[in-house]
Design a protein around this ligand. Structure first.
Ligand code: UD1
Length: 339
């Protein structure tokens, strides 16, 4: 199939690109490189051993996006492009709504104009907000707590309305828990801009000596060691979930929502220990107050994806730590776009 990937140079998109190419699909990447590097595309081609088309286009640039659809037959879209920093979204909500929601609106209009009605959308467990329904299943009501989360939820609502107006669409909404890890080659991985917001990239930078110590945000949560618990999922498991979603789309029209997680929770200190063992380096840390907006525990109930997509995460936190470490060690400055 011909699959158009928005955000195909980004963290998740680049890994998806590799597995799609390896599965025999043709890929067209659309990315504006606002939070990614063209170097990722070079690396993907090296891993997959197969060239693919790519364009520097912002989704809200309608003429440029139309030109891509005119140049290539497209069977399905995987929509990864989007801003994702929670703190920044609180400071610049309109930027997030414009980039994420407006960009998606133009994408969907363009798809409809070209008769493309297959989409896999990257949503997030963040749409559940501060729920006490843990592990969280897809029937848990959405209650996002920040503009980033609300932009994801708005897109889900938009897709739902579009499906109601035209049930010939094939839509899969994938709610990611905490993606970490990297391709086992160590050639592609997560390349955060500036100081990492997320735990695992921060730990990796401490391990490689770029940062002195980890800030552990709170050890007074009602959890086994007092630190926050999350459902970390290896990015390769995650993108394999997208391949499974693509098969589901082919089975017929529909609007389906799936959690992609392992169902297992790991605390901050457990992740630190796993990383120390994978890297054979000490990760110094200090306990700080809780980070505003954090919840104690977030884990997925991934039963629906297991049942309907015949997909299950296979990699554990040791695999996640080992592969993150390999990427970090081989690329201490990521793709080098931070100077
Ligand atoms: C965060 C976002 C979430 C987003 C996800 C993307 C917030 C509040 N939530 O989720 O909306 O979808 O990233 O991957 O930003 N921690 C530390 N020290 C650090 C960083 C994190 O102790 O330097 C702790 C946190 O308190 C938390 C755990 O590590 O308990 C995981 O944090 P993080 O990786 O930022 O993910 P989330 O907060 O789950």
């Amino acid at each position: 199939m011909n699959i158009l990937l928005t955000g195909g140079a980004g963290y998740i998109g680049s890994h998806a690109c590799v597995v799609l190419l390896e599965a025999g699909h043709d890929v067209i990447v659309v990315d504006d490189f606002s939070n990614s590097s063209p170097e990722a595309l070079v690396r993907i081609e090296g891993i997959a051993g197969k060239p693919f088309a790519h364009y520097r286009v912002h989704l809200a640039d309608r003429p440029a996006l139309r030109a891509v659809f005119e140049a290539h037959p497209v069977d399905a879209v995987m929509h990864f492009a989007g801003f994702k920093a929670v703190g920044e979204s609180v400071e610049k909500p309109l930027l997030y709504y414009w980039n994420n929601v407006t960009g998606t609106t133009v994408l969907l209009e363009t798809m409809a104009d070209f008769g493309v009605r297959n989409i896999v959308f990257s949503s997030s467990a963040t749409v559940y907000g501060d729920t006490d329904r843990v592990p969280t299943d897809e029937l848990c009501p959405a209650a996002p707590t920040n503009p980033y989360g609300r932009s994801k939820w708005m897109i889900e609502l938009m897709l739902q309305d579009l499906f109601r107006s035209d049930p010939s669409w094939h839509m899969a909404i994938l709610r990611y828990f905490n993606p970490v890890g990297a391709h086992e080659s160590g050639l592609i991985g997560e390349d955060p801009n500036g100081i990492p917001n997320n735990l695992v990239p921060y730990i990796a930078q401490v391990a490689v000596g770029k940062r002195e110590w980890l800030r552990v945000f709170g050890n007074d949560y009602p959890t086994r060691d007092g630190t926050g618990i999350r459902d970390y999922i290896h990015v390769m498991d995650l993108v394999e979930g997208h391949l499974a979603a693509l098969d589901k789309l082919a089975a017929g029209p529909g609007f389906d929502v799936y959690n992609l997680g392992t169902g297992k929770g790991t605390s901050v200190l457990e992740m630190v220990a796993a990383f120390e063992s994978a890297s054979a380096r000490k990760i110094p840390y200090r306990i700080l107050p809780r980070r505003p907006g954090d919840v104690a525990v977030s884990t997925a109930d991934p039963t629906r994806a297991q049942r309907e997509l015949h997909w299950q995460a296979r990699r554990d936190i040791h695999d996640m730590s080992r592969d993150t470490w390999r990427w970090q060690m081989q690329n201490p400055d990521g793709y080098g776009r931070n100077g």
